[in-house]
Design a binder for this molecule. Structure first.
Ligand SMILES: *Cc1c(COP(=O)(O)O)cnc(C)c1O
Length: 433
C-alpha cells in the first residue's frame, strides 16, 4: 500500500516514509491510495482487538518494511481493552477508550506509533530520534508514556503554562530522563508554531526530529481498530449495525471511525459531538468551511477551531455534498456540558469527562427525537483526569483509575520556556551535547 498527499502535489510514499515524514512535502496529509474492502466474515476468527487490528491493518502495511512486525505492533498497541458497555437505556452503549496508562483514547495511537518507530529507528543509532509534541492536554501524556524509557528516543513536550488541568499537567511531567516537559509562556497555538518551526528549520545541528501530532499516520491507523472491534462485537451479538457518536476536536478519532466504515465494517451513522468550537457543526449545517481561532471550553482537548484532519475527511468524500450526507455534527456549550455532568449520576450511574459529556448530550437529543437505533457514545477520557471541573459541578472528586493513579504518584519535572522557537532551539542544542 502506498500513501498519497491530500493536496496531490507530492510523490506517493511507502507507509514507513509517510509515517516518518509526518506532513507531505506539499503541505498535505498522507492518506492510503485506496482503502481495502472487507466484510464481517473476514474477521470470523478474530476474537480480540489485537487479532482484529492485525487483520484490518494488514492491507495498510502490505509491502512495507513494517509489515513483518505488524503482529508485535498490534500486541503493544491493543493490549489495553476498549469494552463496549451497555448503558441504562435500550440501544445505548458506551465505547470506553480510557483504560490505557494515561486514561484517554490517545494511548492506543501513541503506543502504536511508538511500536512502529521502535522498529524503524533501530540498529545501533547513537543519536536519539526526537519526538516533538505540542499538546493541549492528553496527547503529550500518551506520547510520553508510550516512549518513556525507550532507548533511542527523546520526547519534547510543549504545552501552554496554566492551560491544562493540574492532573493533566502531572501526567506530562512525571516521566523518566528521556522525556522533557516544557511549560510555554503562551497559547497552544504558540506551542504548535514552535513545533512547526523546529520541524521545518531544525536546530542548526544534525539532530533528527519527527512529530507525534494528530496528523501523524501512525496515530490515524490504530484508531480504526477499536471501532472495528466494537462494531464486529455488536454485529455478532445482534446482526445490526452500530452507530457512533464521537467527541471531535482535530477529527483524528472520528476519521478512524469513518475509514473503518468505508472498509466495510458494520458501522451505521457517525455523528460528531463538538464543544462550543462550532467549525464542524456550522459546516455540516450547510455553511462554507470556515476555520477560526479556537476558544477555551470545559472540554479542553477539543478546543480546536481549525480541525487538522478535516482535509483528510474532505479528501475521502471528494465533494462537500457527499461528505454532508455521510456525517453529521452538533455543538454543545459549557452549560450543556455542565448539565450533562450534573445529571449523569442519576441518569447514567457514572460520571463522564467533559468531552464524553458532549457525546451524551447528542445521544439525549437523538432519543428525544424518537431515534431508537443502537448508538455507542465514545468515552474519550476518564472523568478523573478533569477532577477540578467535575468537582465544581458535582461536588465529588472522581477517583483515578489505576494507570492514572500511578502517574499521579510519581514526582514531577518540567522547565519554563518563552513562546520563542529561538530559545527552544538553543535548549535542544544543549540537550544534544
Ligand atoms: C484529543 C481528545 C479529543 C478529540 O479528539 P480528536 O481526535 O482531536 O478529534 C476528545 N476527547 C479527549 C479526552 C481527547 O483527549
Amino acid at each position: 500500500m502506498n500513501y498519497l498527499s491530500t493536496r496531490g502535489r507530492a510523490p506517493e510514499e511507502s507507509l514507513s516514509s509517510a509515517l516518518l515524514a509526518g506532513l507531505a512535502p506539499d503541505g498535505g496529509l498522507y492518506m492510503p491510495v485506496r482503502l481495502p474492502v472487507m466484510e464481517p466474515g473476514d474477521f470470523a476468527d478474530c476474537h480480540d482487538m489485537t487479532a482484529v487490528g492485525e487483520r484490518l491493518l494488514q492491507a495498510f502495511f502490505e509491502g512495507d518494511a513494517l509489515e513483518p512486525h505488524l503482529p508485535e505492533i498490534c500486541e503493544q498497541a491493543f493490549a489495553v481493552s476498549a469494552p463496549l458497555v451497555p448503558m441504562r437505556g435500550p440501544g445505548d452503549y458506551c465505547l470506553e477508550l480510557f483504560h490505557g496508562p494515561t486514561a484517554a483514547f490517545k494511548d492506543f495511537a501513541a503506543r502504536f506509533l511508538a511500536a512502529c518507530l521502535a522498529v524503524l529507528h533501530d540498529g545501533g543509532d547513537t543519536d536519539p530520534l526526537n519526538i516533538l509534541v505540542a499538546t493541549s492536554g492528553d496527547t503529550g501524556s500518551a506520547v510520553a508514556s508510550a516512549f518513556d524509557g525507550r532507548s533511542g528516543f527523546r520526547v519534547i513536550i510543549l504545552y501552554p503554562d496554566g492551560g491544562v488541568s493540574s492532573r493533566q499537567a502531572h501526567c506530562l511531567e512525571c516521566w523518566g530522563e528521556n522525556v522533557h516537559a516544557f511549560r510555554v509562556a503562551g497559547s497552544f497555538d504558540d506551542c504548535q508554531k514552535m513545533v512547526k518551526t523546529i520541524l521545518a528549520e531544525g536546530v542548526g545541528r544534525p539532530v533528527r526530529f519527527t512529530s507525534a501530532n494528530s496528523i501523524s499516520l501512525g496515530r490515524l491507523l490504530p484508531q480504526l481498530v477499536y471501532y472495528a472491534e466494537a462494531a464486529l462485537t455488536h454485529w455478532r451479538a445482534c446482526g445490526r449495525r452500530l452507530n457512533f457518536i464521537v467527541p471531535a476536536g482535530n477529527l483524528g478519532n472520528a476519521l478512524g471511525c469513518v475509514m473503518a466504515r468505508r472498509t466495510g465494517l458494520p458501522i451505521g451513522d457517525i455523528h460528531l459531538a463538538c464543544n462550543a468550537n462550532a467549525t464542524l457543526p456550522d459546516y455540516f449545517a450547510g455553511q462554507a468551511y470556515h476555520p477560526r481561532p479556537g476558544q477555551r471550553t470545559l472540554a479542553n482537548a477539543m478546543d480546536v477551531g481549525a480541525p487538522s484532519n478535516f482535509e483528510r475527511l474532505r479528501h475521502l468524500y471528494g465533494s462537500d455534498e457527499r461528505l454532508r450526507q455521510s456525517v453529521s455534527a452538533n455543538s454543545v456549550d459549557d452549560e450543556g456540558i455542565a448539565s450533562v455532568i450534573r445529571n449523569a449520576p442519576d441518569r447514567y450511574g457514572w460520571i463522564p469527562c467533559p468531552h464524553t459529556a458532549c457525546a451524551l448530550q447528542a445521544l439525549e437529543m437523538f432519543r428525544d427525537k424518537g431515534d431508537d437505533r443502537d448508538w455507542a457514545v465514545v468515552a474519550t477520557a476518564h472523568a478523573a483526569k478533569f477532577d477540578e471541573i467535575i468537582q465544581n459541578i458535582t461536588g465529588r472528586r472522581p477517583t483515578p483509575p489505576p494507570g492514572l493513579a500511578d502517574c499521579l504518584e510519581r514526582p514531577r519535572r518540567w522547565e519554563h520556556i518563552a513562546a520563542d522557537s529561538g530559545q527552544l532551539k538553543q535548549r535542544l542544542r544543549d540537550l544534544h551535547t
